[in-house]
Design a binder for this molecule. Sequence first.
Ligand SMILES: Cc1cc2nc3c(=O)[nH]c(=O)nc-3n(C[C@H](O)[C@H](O)[C@H](O)COP(=O)(O)O)c2cc1C
Length: 300
Amino acid sequence: MKNVLVIYYSQSGQLESIAQNVSKPFLESEDIKLTFYEIQLEKPFPFPWNKDSFFDAFPESFLQIPATLKPVPDEILNTKFDLVLFHYQVWYLSPSIPINSFLKSNDAKKILNGTPVITISGSRNMWIMAQEKIKVLLKEANADLVGNIALVDRVGNLISVITIVEWMFSGVKKKYLGIFPLPGVSEKDIRESDQFGKIMADALHQNNLANLQPKLVAAGGVRISSYLVTVDKTANKIFNKWSNLIYKNQKNRKKLLKVFNVYLFLAIWLISPIVYILHLITYPLKLTKIKKETQYYQGV
Ligand SMILES: Cc1cc2nc3c(=O)[nH]c(=O)nc-3n(C[C@H](O)[C@H](O)[C@H](O)COP(=O)(O)O)c2cc1C
């Protein structure tokens, strides 16, 4: 009998439903005992968000400052798991506050110590650098990252900004104004994520987790857009400055967050289209670098 732990946090239920679909093949296997664990905060974040709460989460998300969590039940802490399926979402290009709080906790260090982990993200589309931060946190917890898949909203970058903001501020996954596509990871991608679960469960049965990642990539579990990698990296450098400035100036926090809000609006609607055009023009010159980068980010 193998013990598998499914860890997740979800506000809208999207990541929970991804977790349920990915774990289906594990549930169907008679020699796997599956345990679900939902990360819970002592003081939950609001959902739906409003403008103030949404921007207020920025400095602590980006600086990865942990919040207090409810303790993990003893029966989970006292079990040695053969595999952990770790589901997370991205907030401000970083693991969300509940996720980073969990990974930094002593409970997580106990569960993950020497344990194989597969990361499964459900984000808008900008998850690359967050995954790099997850890799660091997993290393610090002495976990063994053996696989990763990233589920994203596949509509265009700017369209998904509009639809996700509407979703996060209304709490309802609907077609904005009746004309925009549905926000978030598509129903089809969520439903079909059990195919990745099957590949993971087979690798566990065959004691072959070390060779799992190329199979997940071949099945389409990790798609890399070189344009989004460029935006993600550049925005990380700028967010680093903003988050430190705001966090170190608590007295002016509210005012600075308002300025950051304006900056973000301009960055998305003015700077990112310019970056896109520059990216297209320079694309042929960067092919070798992009190929290398893609291989790296598809790996673990
Ligand atoms: C405060 C906040 C910031 C977010 N920042 C990002 C981001 O930087 N990149 C991204 O791809 N998605 C981002 N998202 C979308 C989330 O990763 C996620 O897809 C969405 O919140 C749904 O997750 P849920 O299952 O918790 O409801 C953000 C969401 C929130 C609420």
